[in-house]
Design a protein around this ligand. Structure first.
Ligand SMILES: [Zn+2]
Ligand SMILES: [Zn+2]
Length: 339
């Protein structure tokens, strides 16, 4: 089979790999949808200090059907034909982080991440431990399951970190696939969402996904706009997804404000003597636990959220070079490879 690899210089190479076989405790997933995530671009451009390199199949938003099960995989764990999402990390299974559904934080440093240390989903088949599988609800498409596997799940994870947002004025900074998902979830959870981006097309989509107000921060003074919208109080809650607006976020965060920073690379800094009277809560967030990935999918189903609408482009694998050249411009929405 062929899989997509990144040599690291904005090239996309389709390489030949042998068809995977499931070892003990493993399954082979037949890919149906494999999402393109913003973090792929760090590897595509070669700007990440880590990455799978040219011998690792890319794609960490896979979704598909169980194609084959290895020795020791019981029917409780997986059966051929199951529709599955994948939590795209695995660890030692024994440390407190692994046991609480956070294998990406494994203490033992033997953890695996799809597209970095293990082959990912940009190929017709992928082998993973059965314990990474989560059921894909019948009501969700494969591409919805793919998005929930990283980008959309990351927005969910950040909002879960922020706590109760019902009734709050919440600024979502950046309206790429993660930010747009954040807008969608925050609106569904009862926040009054102010969507911020530098592109009007993205702000139009943010309105469709539930934003009550939008601000183009390339054309308008952001601090003034937020002051107008909040009657001078500033944002109660902020989800920063752009990775470039950390300073802006702190400028518009009101007293008792809570802010969650999930965009990379991201600089966030302040002097305590200037800010301590604001009683802020600032936090980071990294994707989501396997437990929350499943809850995110349930929430999407029960609230009938339009996750499929996050996608603006669908590609076949043989057009991967064209797909990533398009994605690299970051002008549009989200892409997916469908099989
Ligand atoms: Zn562990
Ligand atoms: Zn991702």
């Amino acid at each position: 089979m062929q899989g997509v690899t990144f040599p690291g210089d904005r090239r996309t190479v389709l390489k030949e790999f042998s068809d995977p076989e499931p070892g003990p405790g493993e399954v082979v997933v037949r890919m149906r949808a494999s999402g393109m995530c913003g973090s792929d671009l760090h590897f595509y451009r070669g700007t990440a200090s880590f990455g799978g390199g040219e011998n690792t199949i890319q794609g960490h938003e896979p979704c598909g059907d169980v194609h084959a099960v290895g020795p020791g995989v019981t029917a409780d764990m997986a059966s051929v034909g199951d529709r599955v999402m994948i939590h795209h990390y695995w660890g030692c299974d024994a440390c407190e982080h692994c046991r609480s559904g956070w294998p990406q934080m494994c203490d033992r440093q033997n953890g695996q991440t799809l597209s970095i240390t293990a082959h990912g989903g940009h190929a017709p088949y992928m082998v993973v431990p059965a314990r990474t599988l989560l059921p894909l609800p019948d009501a969700l498409s494969y591409k919805a399951g793919a998005a929930i596997g990283c980008g959309t799940g990351t927005a969910w994870g950040g909002i879960k970190r922020l706590g109760d947002i019902g009734g709050a004025t919440m600024v979502v900074m950046g309206q790429g696939p993660v930010g747009l998902s954040g807008t969608m979830f925050a609106a569904a959870l009862g926040a009054r969402v102010v969507a911020v981006d530098v592109k009007d097309a993205r702000l139009d989509r943010a309105r469709e996904f539930g934003a009550a107000e939008v601000v183009n921060s390339a054309e308008t003074d952001l601090a003034e706009a937020i002051a107008d919208i909040t009657g001078g109080r500033g944002a109660e809650v902020i989800l920063e997804t752009s990775g470039v607006a950390g300073a802006d976020a702190l400028e518009i965060l009101g007293k008792w404000g809570r802010a969650c920073f999930i965009g990379l690379p991201g600089d966030v800094g302040f002097r305590t003597e200037q800010q301590y009277k604001k009683q802020w809560t600032l936090m980071t967030s990294w994707t989501m636990s396997s437990v929350e990935q499943a809850r995110c999918a349930e929430f999407v189903v029960t609230h009938r959220l339009p996750v499929d609408g996050l996608y603006t482009h669908s590609w076949s694998l043989d057009r991967a070079a064209e797909a990533y050249a398009w994605f690299d411009e970051q002008a549009d929405g989200k892409g997916v490879f469908e099989f």
